[in-house]
Design a protein around this ligand. Structure first.
Ligand code: COA
Length: 182
C-alpha cells in the first residue's frame, strides 16, 4: 500500500481516538476480552507511564498501524517478569529499558516496508536500551524484523495470560540503526 504516513499521536489524540485504535488493535491481535478492559488495563495505564510514546501509521486520516511503548520501572508487571526470567545480574544490565508494548499493521498494509518504518519511527532518537516480548519463533515476521534491526534474544518468560512462552528480545544501548539527532 502506498501513501502511508507515520506520526506520533499526542496523549490527547490517544485518548480521543482510543475507539479507533481499539478497532485496529483488535483486528491485529484479538486477544483482549473487551474494549473497556483494554482501555483501562492497557492503553491508558501505559499512557500514564514515563516517556510514553505512541506512533501511528496513517492512510489519509485512518489509523492502519499502531505501536507504543514507555520507559519501564521497578514494580511494573513487565519489568519484574523480565527480571525474574533473566535474573538480577542480566536485568541490571538491561534495565531500565524502553519497553515496546505493541507493534502491528492491518494485514493489507504489511509486506512493503511499513513495519520496519513504524518500528524505526517509534524508536527514533531513543538511545536507551529497548526491550519487548514476542513469539518464541525465529521464523515469525516480527522476530525476523527485530533480528534484522540489531535485536537479539535475551530470555523467555510466560505470556501474561500464561497461555504460551514468549521470547524476550532486546536492543542494546546505541545498538540499533543510525538514529536521527534533530
Ligand atoms: C510484524 C509486522 C509489523 C511487520 O510489518 P511488515 O510491514 O509486514 O514488515 P516489513 O515489510 O517492513 O518487513 C520488515 C522485515 O520483517 C520481516 N518480515 C516481514 N514479513 C515477513 C514474512 N511474511 N515472513 C518472514 N519475515 C517477514 C523481514 O525481515 C522483513 O525484512 P525484508 O523485507 O528485508 O526481508 C507485521 O507482520 C504485523 O503487523 N504482524 C502482526 C502483529 C505482530 O505480530 N506484531 C508483533 C508483536 S511483538
Amino acid at each position: 500500500m502506498n501513501g502511508v504516513e507515520f506520526r506520533y499521536l499526542t496523549d490527547g489524540e490517544v485518548r480521543q481516538r482510543a475507539p479507533e485504535i481499539w478497532q485496529v488493535y483488535d483486528a491485529i491481535f484479538g486477544d483482549q476480552s473487551s474494549y473497556d478492559d483494554w482501555l483501562d488495563g492497557m492503553l491508558l495505564r501505559h499512557a500514564a507511564r514515563d516517556h510514553f510514546r505512541f506512533s501511528a501509521a496513517l492512510d489519509g486520516d485512518a489509523i492502519v498501524g499502531i505501536s507504543w511503548g514507555y520507559l519501564g520501572a521497578p514494580g511494573q508487571y513487565y519489568t519484574e517478569s523480565v527480571r525474574a526470567a533473566i535474573g538480577d545480574a542480566a536485568a541490571d544490565l538491561w534495565q531500565p529499558a524502553f519497553e515496546i508494548v505493541e507493534l502491528g499493521l492491518l494485514p493489507a498494509y504489511r509486506g512493503s516496508g511499513n513495519g520496519r518504518t513504524l518500528l524505526r519511527h517509534l524508536l527514533d532518537g531513543i538511545d536507551e536500551r529497548v526491550m519487548l516480548s514476542t513469539w518464541d519463533d525465529d521464523t515469525d515476521p516480527a522476530v525476523r524484523l527485530y533480528l534484522s534491526e540489531g535485536w537479539h534474544r535475551i530470555g523467555t518468560h510466560p505470556k501474561a495470560d500464561g497461555s504460551r512462552p514468549m521470547q524476550i528480545m532486546g536492543r542494546p544501548r546505541g545498538g540499533g540503526p543510525q538514529l536521527r539527532k534533530d
